[in-house]
Each structure stands twice: as structure tokens, then as C-alpha cells.
Design a protein around this ligand. Structure first.
Ligand code: P6P
Length: 342
């Protein structure tokens, strides 16, 4: 019988995490516990989402407005509270940063140097829930910067400093996709078992893809390089290349997950009016950039590698151009020089 390795299909997320831990002599088990608790939050949110439409107070709005000035949906609040609940008093996480919270939330009364901070978008794309379209929890794990003078600045770290990152995609099935720097691995929830099971070991993004993903409704506001790039992709067939197809779900992790598995590119670029675009650096662009780079892809603002950006504020926005090396290189070339002939 072949030995169980951390990447044997069919092993549970817990087995995978413990066997990864066993390979690291310095491991204390804290990271393993943290990842297991994230997966517990994921299972609770997945179960709640499955009730949407069946029980009261799952769909719809709470009547409150969050730090982003957005109306809070029941599921945004439920997901945020679930992450808080599964980590409270575990001492696994010192600070929590959430799209739903203006400031970092202390989750334990002791924060030794090197303790973990968890940075999350509890449910991204929640507007899609009411129409039964995939949504996701996106997470990033940092070690608190010991040199920082205050809580918030201890969290403003470059994406290259992430200890782990990933997302839970609540779709036709629920998938837990993460990296801790040793490749990207996907686990599918076996609801009957109540466990995430390894289904996609070592995900690698294709060098080039067949899809591009961008909200065309803003094309009148795109910067010249974005327009030139999209026009160039649309002319692939006239150059004798394979034609691209457009896909846009409007749910970030779903669009990025498709790009990760099938290749191609997702863009949420800046516009003339909003040069920083819409997506958040700390809990959207950084974790997804780490995932895609670990799978062999690239993630840029169009002019700068996402993982090299020094964050200035917790909720800052960045343009995002992410996917296969071929298309991202091309997008960056167009962004830099308008209309190059590659
Ligand atoms: P637009 C969802 O609201 C979200 O934050 C991301 O999940 C998604 O990629 C983006 O916004 C869609 O934005 O402007 O195209 O509707």
C-alpha cells in the first residue's frame, strides 16, 4: 500500500495539515490549530448558506451599514461573527482584521512576538447570495510584525510576508483552497462526513488560457492600456491564434478560481475616476496573489507586483490584474506603454 503523504488524494484537511506539521520540527501546532479553526468557520458558513431562502434572516439585510459604507447583509454579519466565535479565547489568533470591521479586533489577551494575525473578507461577493451565485471567504495569515509600534501598523505588511493564504468557495460544492508556501492545494467538503477532503493537490495555473474576465460596463472609463489590451485579446483569432472567450461572474474568488484552474486573466483595473479600482489589498488582492503565484501565475496592479506593495492603510484598494503568465505579462506591457505590438 502506498504511504499516506500530505498530498495523497482523499486525505482530510486535518490529516494534510498534521502531516505538513510533522515535516516541520519547529512546529508548535499553533498554525495547524489555526487552519483547522478556519475550516470550522468555513463549514459553519457553508451550512448557513445552504439554508438561504429556507429560513428567516439568512438572505437580506440587517439594516446596518459597514465601515465600507455598504449595507450589511445577514450573511456578512453571520460570517464575520462566526470567524470571531471560532477563534475567541483559543489564543491561536492575536488580532483579526475584517472587511466588516474598521479597526483590528483583539482576539486573545496575550500576543507574544510572532503570534498570528488573521486578515479576512468573511463573505466576498455577498450581493450574489440572493441570486444563488458562488461567494467566498478569503483569508490571509500573517505573523505580527514585532518591530511595529502599534496594532494597525503591525498588520501593514507586504504580501510576500504572508504565512498562509486562501479562500473557501461556496459554489456547487464548497472548496477550501490554500497555500502555506508549499504549492496550492484544493479540498472539497464532503458534507456527509463533515470534512474537507483533498481533491486538487498541487494546483498549477496554465501558462496561457482561453478566458479573459473583466466588467465590460466600465470600458468607457478604462485607462488606455486596459482598452488596448482587451482589444488585442479580442483580435486573437484575426492573428490566427485561438480566440478568447469572456467570463465574468462578479464574485472575485469564483472568477479567480476559474482562472487558476483553466488559465487566462482576471482584471479589476483602475479607471480614470478611480485609479485604485475597487478591490482591497490586504484581504482580497494579497491572499489571491499569493495563491496564484504559488500556482505559477502572476498578480500585478498593472504596473507593480501585488506582493511587493507596502500597505499604507488596512482597507486600501488596489487595481488587480491576475492569472496566467502569458496574459498578465501582456496586460502589464500594454499598461506600461499603451499599445505595444508584442
Ligand atoms: P463590479 C463583489 O461585490 C466584489 O467585491 C467582488 O467579489 C467582485 O469581483 C467585484 O466586487 C465585482 O464588482 O463593479 O464588477 O460589480
Amino acid at each position: 500500500t502506498t504511504p499516506l503523504t500530505p498530498l495523497t488524494k482523499g486525505i482530510t484537511l486535518y490529516q494534510h495539515i498534521l502531516s505538513q506539521q510533522a515535516l516541520n520540527p519547529d512546529a508548535t501546532g499553533e498554525f495547524s490549530g489555526l487552519m483547522v479553526q478556519i475550516s470550522l468557520a468555513a463549514k459553519l458558513i457553508s451550512r448557513e448558506l445552504a439554508q438561504a431562502g429556507l429560513v428567516e434572516n439568512v438572505l437580506g439585510f440587517t439594516g446596518e451599514t459597514n465601515v465600507q459604507g455598504e449595507a450589511v447583509r445577514h450573511l456578512d454579519q453571520y460570517a464575520n461573527e462566526t470567524f470571531i466565535r471560532v477563534f475567541k479565547n483559543t489564543n491561536l489568533v492575536c488580532l483579526l482584521v475584517s472587511e466588516e470591521l474598521e479597526d483590528p479586533l483583539p482576539l486573545s489577551n496575550q500576543c507574544p512576538i510572532g503570534s498570528y494575525a488573521l486578515v479576512i473578507d468573511p463573505v466576498d461577493g455577498s450581493s450574489n447570495i440572493d441570486v444563488n451565485v458562488s461567494v467566498a471567504s478569503i483569508f490571509s495569515v500573517q505573523r505580527r510584525n514585532p518591530r511595529a509600534t502599534d496594532e494597525t501598523s503591525s498588520l501593514l505588511q507586504k504580501g510576500t510576508g504572508q504565512v498562509a493564504a486562501g479562500y473557501v468557495l461556496y459554489g456547487p460544492n464548497t472548496m477550501f483552497v490554500y497555500t502555506s508556501g508549499q504549492g496550492v492545494h484544493g479540498f472539497t467538503l464532503d458534507a456527509g462526513l463533515g470534512e474537507f477532503v483533498l481533491s486538487h493537490p498541487n494546483i498549477r495555473i496554465p501558462e496561457r488560457g482561453d478566458y479573459y474576465s473583466i466588467n465590460d460596463a466600465y470600458s468607457a472609463e478604462w485607462q488606455p492600456g486596459t482598452r488596448a489590451f482587451i482589444d488585442y485579446l479580442k483580435q486573437a483569432k484575426s492573428r490566427g491564434e485561438k480566440a478568447y472567450s469572456a467570463r465574468y461572474i462578479g464574485s472575485l474568488a469564483a472568477d479567480v478560481h476559474r482562472t487558476l484552474l483553466t488559465g487566462g486573466i482576471f482584471l479589476y483595473p483602475g479607471t480614470v475616476a478611480k485609479p485604485k479600482g475597487k478591490l482591497r489589498l490586504l484581504y482580497e488582492a494579497q491572499p489571491l496573489a499569493l495563491i496564484v503565484e504559488q500556482a505559477g501565475g502572476q498578480a500585478s496592479t498593472g504596473t507593480e507586483r501585488i506582493l511587493d506593495i507596502e500597505p499604507k492603510t488596512l482597507h486600501q484598494r488596489v487595481p488587480l490584474v491576475i492569472g496566467s503568465p502569458y496574459e498578465v505579462d501582456l496586460a502589464v506591457a500594454f499598461a506600461r506603454s499603451g499599445t505595444p505590438t508584442p
